[in-house]
Write a protein that binds this ligand. Structure first.
Ligand code: FES
Length: 193
């Protein structure tokens, strides 16, 4: 809802709330004062408070909606990679931005490499001219299997879980990330399209 429309709705609902409070007040009979009437001042005050309350509630709702994690097809959930996007063994890694990983195929199978540098967390790009992953922050360098070959990184890039489905399509669970101290062939998931 656009802000102006939200404010108008808030004022409208706040006004209705204030009118309702006023009507209830008229029917309320106190012990000594008889039926109460709502003054113009209290009506205006109630309307303003109601409008402010509704606008605040709308704002809070929009805030929660905006920041609530969307677990479908986003980082932290399963990400599908179509068979036609699976890189060949000698091809560069396939970058999947929404999953924050590179999909690599070597002689042993597929690896999904989490692109977060294991040194201090920078995003590590694939440097095509070097045929390596090269972190821009402090110079850590990883080969295509994610093994550290230079720089301050203490271990290889982390791995995400890979599942091969029908027709050669692949699913990467970006919520299942594991660390390792070296590359082992069994880390790769055998693949044939
Ligand atoms: S964050 Fe990558 S080398 Fe420091």
């Amino acid at each position: 809802m656009v802000p102006v429309l939200r404010t108008i709705v808030g004022l409208f609902i706040g006004g209705l709330g204030a009118r309702l409070i006023g009507l209830l007040g008229r029917f309320h009979v106190g012990p000594s004062s008889g039926p109460k009437k709502t003054s113009r001042r209290s009506f205006t005050r109630n309307a303003a408070l109601g409008a402010v309350g509704v606008v605040l509630a709308e704002t809070a709702g929009a805030f929660v909606w905006f920041f609530w994690p969307n677990k479908t097809g986003a980082f932290g959930s399963d990400i599908n990679v179509a068979a036609e996007n699976i890189p060949a063994i000698d091809a560069p890694p396939f970058r999947v931005a929404e999953g924050k990983f590179f999909l690599v195929q070597n002689e042993d199978g597929l690896l999904a490499l989490y692109w977060k540098c294991v040194h201090l967390g920078c995003t590590v790009p694939w440097a095509a001219n070097e045929n390596l992953f090269h972190c821009p922050c402090h110079g850590s360098i990883y080969n295509k299997n994610g093994e550290r070959i230079a720089g301050p990184a203490p271990r290889p890039l982390d791995l995400m879980t890979v599942r091969v489905g029908d027709g050669g399509n692949v699913t990467v669970d970006t919520g299942a990330i594991s660390t390792r101290s070296s590359y082992q062939p069994e880390q790769a998931v055998p693949y044939s399209a």
